[in-house]
Design a protein around this ligand. Sequence first.
Ligand SMILES: Nc1ncnc2c1ncn2[C@@H]1O[C@H](COP(=O)(O)OP(=O)(O)O)[C@@H](O)[C@H]1O
Ligand SMILES: [Mg+2]
Length: 382
Amino acid sequence: MNKIKILIADNRRDTRELIKTYLSKDRTIKVIGEAENGKRALELSLQLKPDILLIYYNMIEMDSFEVIEKVTSESDHTIVIMTSEKEDVHLIKKAMVHGAKEYIKTPFVQETLIDTIRTVYEKEFIKKEKYNQVDLERTKNTKCKIISVFSTKGGVGKSTIAINTALKLHKEINKKVAVIDLDLQFGDILLMVDKEPVTSIVDFINQSDEYTLDNLKLFMQDFQGISILSSPVSPELAEYITEEHIKEIIDLLKQAYDYIIIDNPNSFDEVTLTALDVSDTILFVTTMDIVSIKNVKVGLGIMKSLGYTDEKVNLVINKANEKFGIKLKDIYSIFDRPVGQVIVEDIKTVVTSINKGTPFVLSSGRNKISKCITKLAKQLTG
Ligand SMILES: Nc1ncnc2c1ncn2[C@@H]1O[C@H](COP(=O)(O)OP(=O)(O)O)[C@@H](O)[C@H]1O
Ligand SMILES: [Mg+2]
């Protein structure tokens, strides 16, 4: 096995020496350089391309967070672990947002130091390998587009957007569309189309003799020409579903559909991460309130550290209404990036459609909100 190559960045010489002594005890780890200030840490990271940059949070000459940001954005190889004597949640969050993957509290405990390095390394490199593999598979089928609807907060309108966009893509743009309700604990896509959850994703996993497209279709429900794979009836069944299952299901659906729309839960659990990884586009939904905006900002940082490009992550502002103190232009400047789509607030249309079990693009096709969905669907096909 290749050794894990480490670059140590710490202003204090004795700390660097201590880390080197600790790491020298492990034969799978090799220190390939050390930096005594932030500027040097950045230079050496770009030059030596270490597997791991272990950086003190308070570097001199160049701010540590700036170093982390630059290293992680310029190279998708180096993983950053930040060290600090403080155990401060804000500090940890800040490090993660800037691209660090892990955090080690000092004074160092030799075992913890080595264990953390190994665990982070293995996890990240396995993930990257998986990602590359998926990338390869995807190029085999460039026809099918996978769209994930995601947010870091519930109730922002993910499911509403997922089902209405799916219907638009099918009815107006004539695409073959499958919807996966991946909100495994609280999925409500079927409820939105007034259908009983007769069979779910868990039934397919447990009952199918063989994982084939034909078998999978037996467990999906048709609604107005789109196929829906429902979430389980009981939340506790969610634990049956693994990352491998999701990959397998998506690979099967890719053979038959032009679009796979995935309605995700509001968390970065492993199953969701797999879905986000394999997606071509993520519709990251926010509403115009401070809590949602703050969570999206943190979420965008996490996505960046996962290596998702700005093209892949599309911001969608839902329930847009400027009456409550925040203007759209404020949001644009907070995120400092383009917003993919704005969907207006229309409580009457949306709530009526959900209560009736008829998505509004079918019943209120001329309303402004339906037009917003049309634009979104067109953007996805463009
Ligand atoms: N554009 C909108 N205007 C008004 N209400 C909306 C809009 N989008 C969603 N809602 C409402 O927000 C609530 C949550 O929507 P839902 O799609 O279930 O969110 P999520 O899947 O993100 O939890 C629903 O009651 C729905 O009626
Ligand atoms: Mg939902």
